[in-house]
Design a protein. Structure first.
Lengths: 496, 496
């Protein structure tokens, strides 16, 4: 990385090519929400996007939205979720990295945010998807997308389904979500520029504290100076597509195999923040998944590490399980199950893990696996003995998923690097206030600079505590806050 | 944290109170080495220290030095250590965070660095301390201070003892090391100012790329402007004493119980770097220890987690074991051993862990511990069966430390937060080049700014791969590199 994000000084701008109130960088879920809110507050807004179309990584996702505390759908379906229960769950699952202020605000505003999304036109059906799945492939709405019902969280917070799936068949939530958001941008007449890449921020250093007052963009093979009187909102994704930044900040995350995002999740927004003194936090953390369900029946299986020991309750969320797999000390990781529970794996699974062994009996299977002698048998003897009593005193897997594992049996190879699909993305970013102002290392806000979505470090902060839908919900919610925040920012005098 | 480290502009300095070639901040091991080297290169040097005396955290340590690749002592005692073996070990133990360039240079220059330390007057005896211990309490020199002989490293790099203990009885290496270093500073006539706290860097922004050209210090209740023509070297420790920074950057590390360092390990150097655009890396990482030996006989015991499962080879270095303890999923952690191996624990141990249970038989002990029924018995049955064959196929503990564990037995409670001593310190810091120049996020060096010791992110980068002596050796070595580097830095014109 050369110093290519070094900011330009406003004094060096010979001529401004355009002037707006607010410049929003990135037309994914966060940028769309920021632009809409800033516009609704009366600002003139320009939205620039490096790609040829709107979408960002939000459009690539399932666009489940992790919302609760009593959304319209939760209430309609009889779930009595509360702000406190949602807060307790997110605080517990984000562990020591949790930001109490952001989490509190997110939970308190969650039901309202749902209403706002509906008001934009995002469609939801008043129905539930009651299965254990990574996402609903029907048009049903409400489902569990985290570890709410799994130990230890089930003991720490009252569980409720908080994943809100869009009313669309198949894994098509992301494109639909972004088409609705794009339409909401369009009807407001917000100026949108595609194939416009932001190169550098522009800083006015004439005052004691520098102010971000615009950006240099490249469009039509020409650099253009965009003046933003109220500020710039960086909504340009995380850094999972930037190998150098991954190596610098999150090398352990690279044990996972497939970066998830769009090519512009290259860390440019984070780098531009850093170039003007912003602080970055939680940069080592990321979401990692072992997507072993569907079919949900694989949850009846057990995961064992190189010692032939279990290490997690297998009914936890796939991201929690993926993070646990990566924390094992090396050697193989197998998912062992009855052949009848394996049914559906080859047609329904996203995992792509190869078969490691099979057997009419446990002993036959054990002979095919690379585990210390007798360990798998002992592990299963213990598991089965307790499972037949409907309990798992080791890892507290729910009785719903406990059944003795007896032959014929099969093991699939979940060892990182041996074929299993381990998608990942980053959870670190610019340190921001709850309302989206970017902070420097001392905690002071950088005037005129805002960030949302995965350019900022938001509500979700730990791979082992992640829940599906927190990224799109946090991105759209934090985008709105940043949009409102920049809208009330001091209007700086326009250039002549 | 207010924005108290915000740099001062050189243009705002009404009058310089002093002018030197090089300003070194912090008189611990790194700062002393930097000052000595810069002086030996012909620079005028001022060394400022916030405390009333020299020492820093180096003086609080045992000052073991992790050096190898064929030091004088290694050779004299017949150890055929090589640069490659040392490099392989450090690269493996620092895992994905390892910096190949720094590690290579450290290993290549390691034997020379030992000679340099001897030349300064640091005394070493040509002898070996052959026991498993955290430090030599005799005046013997060479000992194993990492996990070189433990799995998996023993398979990845040829082991050699690389801890070099000073020739002094008791745990007195740190004070002796720093008294020698202070003497080496004194004989050179280097100007030293104690009770002089650096408040802010001073930046000359008159050129295109700002240059660090001095610092504001507070001494004698007065702010003084110190001009440094060639640069400022930050050697002011890590941030383990700064609760706000720990919470911001390394919240998980706070599961450990006792921060190790001196009160000025408050992150000021890192904050000053950040204030001028420096990048920080590896900020979440730290050293953590479960100091369960001496007595070495506790190594015959086994550590079990809340599932009654082992999770590490207990012959690994205490820091590796401590890191593994903190990674367990919660619940108790016990160290279980024969009563005869427990002998000496109460008189020799630093651990302070309470007894969790005792028993004439394993069953009696198990009844006293909070573990799932039958798990401890099963774990010990497996362990003992293999131990009696001299092997540990689960975690590959060396046969030297394998003995069946039979009654009478005792368990000590190593659960974090229940009394056991878990010291910790930080391993993240300013991103620097091998020769100590501070880099910004884009990798460009910040002119006139250097860092060494724990203010920088150096060679040791992972708690679970740490070896005693890497901090003091890295601090003194990186201090020297930074001192040589600032010495050849462009001499900027003096103020009038």
């Amino acid at each position: 990385m050369a110093d290519k994000y070094k900011p330009m000084q406003a004094a060096d701008v010979a001529q401004w090519d355009a002037e707006v109130g607010v410049l929003v960088v990135g037309f994914g879920g966060a940028g769309a929400a920021a632009a809409i809110e800033a516009c609704d507050q009366g600002c003139s807004v320009m939205l620039v996007e490096a790609a040829s179309a709107a979408g960002g990584s939000t459009a690539l996702s399932s666009a489940e939205l992790y919302l609760g505390g009593g959304t319209r759908i939760q209430k309609a379906l009889g779930y009595n979720d509360t702000v406190d229960a949602m807060y307790d769950y997110l605080m517990a699952s984000n562990g020591p990295q949790a930001c109490p202020e952001k989490t509190r605000a997110y939970c308190e505003q969650s039901a309202d945010h749902f209403d706002w999304l509906e008001a934009q036109g995002v469609p939801f059906k008043e129905s539930e998807y009651p299965h254990r799945a990574m996402m609903a492939l029907t048009d049903d709405c409400l489902l569990y997308t985290g570890s709410e019902k799994a130990w230890p969280y089930v003991q720490l917070a009252a569980p409720a389904p908080r994943g809100h799936n869009l009313k669309v068949e198949g894994d098509n939530g992301g494109p639909l979500f972004m088409s609705v958001m794009e339409q909401a941008v369009r009807v407001r007449g917000i100026e949108v520029r595609f194939e416009a890449r932001v190169l550098r921020l522009i800083v006015d250093s004439s005052e004691d504290d520098p102010v971000i007052c615009g950006a240099v963009i490249r469009q039509d093979m020409r650099e253009q100076m965009i003046r933003a009187r109220q500020g710039v909102v960086l909504c340009c994704g995380g850094f999972v597509m930037n190998q150098a930044m991954l190596k610098q900040y999150a090398p352990e995350l690279m044990k996972a195999t497939v970066p998830i995002g769009n090519p512009n999740d290259n860390g440019a927004g984070i780098q531009m923040g850093l170039s003007v003194g912003a602080a970055v936090i939680n940069m080592h953390e990321g979401f990692v998944s072992l997507p072993y369900y569907p079919p949900a029946t694989l949850t009846y299986g057990i995961l064992v590490n190189a010692q032939g020991q279990r290490f997690i309750n297998e009914d936890a969320y796939h991201g929690r399980v993926g993070a646990a797999v990566l924390k094992q000390s090396g050697g193989p990781v197998y998912l062992v199950m009855r052949v009848e529970d394996y049914d559906g794996y080859e047609t329904q699974s996203y995992l792509d893990a190869p078969i490691a062994g099979t057997g009419e009996t446990l002993e036959e299977l054990a002979a095919e696996l690379d585990l210390p002698e007798g360990q798998l048998e002992r592990c299963l003897e213990t598991y089965n003995r307790f499972a037949s009593e409907g309990r798992d005193p080791l890892f507290h897997k729910s009785a719903d998923w406990l059944e003795p594992i007896v032959g014929p049996v099969v093991a699939i190879d979940c060892t990182p690097g041996r074929g299993a699909f381990f998608p990942y993305f980053t959870l670190g970013g610019l340190d921001t206030t709850v309302d989206g102002q970017v902070k420097n290392a001392a905690g002071t806000v950088i005037r005129g600079l805002f960030a949302a979505g995965r350019t900022a470090c938001g509500v979700p902060r730990r791979g082992d505590g992640y829940a599906s839908g927190t990224s799109v919900a946090d991105a759209s919610w934090s985008g709105r806050l940043a949009g409102r925040s920049v809208a009330v920012n001091e209007r700086r005098s326009s250039s002549e």
